[in-house]
Design a protein around this ligand. Structure first.
Ligand code: SF4
Length: 319
């Protein structure tokens, strides 16, 4: 069937905004507070590969209060102090963001997770990881936590094309991403997926195909990021040596792509983010004129409205 815009929108959005459902779920604004527990990554320490994903520079992830030299409690306390001045938020989620946050024995992970959940204003955990760094033992434990807390796990799947994953040195396959999502589903754990648009070698059609493929996978929210060439990465070196290998998306081109992508996407999938927010001084290209996230989102929304496009407009299911 073709879905209709009235299928799920209660607000004025032409896409399924995760923020809208979060407000319904919690009844108030919730702020994620990043922490850096000092994990490594199997793609850096030689277990799966060395050098890491070619685009990765974890300095782009960490806010000033995050440092593995501080305890989880200290980082969360400083993060809450910072955000409580900015917003009237009363509740927080501990966001284990830097590197691969399930890359340790369960006993080590439990200690970090439990430390965070002991803090009075922390209502849950968001755990960012690779699809090849999860197992049923860790998921069983998270499932137990999810009975009393909000628990979210975010998988970086980045592309549905194994050729691309190989080129960017992800050192896992798309099939492993699918397996991780299947293993995580049905446990009361919120599942997020992270995808990068504009990776080398991917055409407009390839990227639209991602929308069709992921529409059939069991997850809740999607974070989309444009490819950025970040300083001190392998990709920065590749880009300086062979810029023709890259087609970096301009802002207008990205907005059109997002609109086309949304039309094909299952309307049940909630959109958590459309763009990456790397610090300006870390970005080599593309140059989007320093536009802020909210300005780009406003442009996307305007484009969708002008062209009468909405998420799921071209999504087909058998039912
Ligand atoms: S993006 Fe994630 S998986 Fe890749 S090198 Fe960086 S921390 Fe490791």
């Amino acid at each position: 069937m073709y879905t209709d815009i009235s299928y799920f929108w209660e607000g004025s959005k032409r896409y399924h905004a995760a923020s809208f459902d979060a407000k319904k779920m919690f009844g108030e604004r919730i702020q994620k507070i990043s922490t850096d527990a000092g994990f490594s990554c199997p793609n850096r320490d030689g277990t799966k590969a060395t050098g890491g994903c070619t685009y990765c520079n974890n300095k782009t992830f960490n806010p000033f209060y995050c440092s593995p030299k501080k305890s989880i409690t200290e980082q969360l306390t400083e993060g809450i102090a910072f955000f409580s001045k900015k917003y009237k938020t009363q509740k927080y989620i501990a966001y284990f963001q830097a590197y691969t946050n399930t890359y340790a024995e369960l006993s080590v992970l439990k200690a970090y997770w439990e430390e965070a959940l002991k803090m009075p204003d922390i209502i849950g955990l968001a755990i960012s990881t690779r699809p090849d760094c999860i197992d049923s033992e860790k998921l069983d434990y998270l499932q137990k936590l999810a009975e009393t807390h909000y628990i979210s796990i975010e998988y970086g799947i980045e592309s549905t094309k194994n050729e691309t994953l190989k080129f960017i040195n992800r050192a896992h396959s798309f099939e492993e991403s699918c397996a991780a999502l299947q293993m995580s589903a049905g446990r009361g754990i919120h599942i997020g997926v992270h995808l990068i648009l504009g990776l080398p070698g991917e055409s407009h059609d390839d990227m639209l195909n991602h929308a069709k493929i992921i529409s059939e996978l069991p997850f809740d929210t999607l974070k989309l990021h444009q490819l950025q060439i970040i300083k001190q990465t392998i990709m920065a070196k590749q880009y300086s040596e062979n810029p023709n290998q890259f087609h970096l998306l301009g802002l207008d081109e990205y907005i059109c792509l997002i609109a086309d992508f949304l039309e094909l996407l299952n309307p049940k999938i909630k959109i958590e983010r459309f763009v990456s927010e790397s610090p300006k001084n870390m970005i080599i290209a593309p140059d989007w004129g320093g536009k802020k996230n909210f300005e780009i989102v406003a442009k996307i929304e305007k484009y969708l409205a002008v062209h009468n496009m909405f998420q799921g407009k071209k999504y087909r299911t058998e039912d």
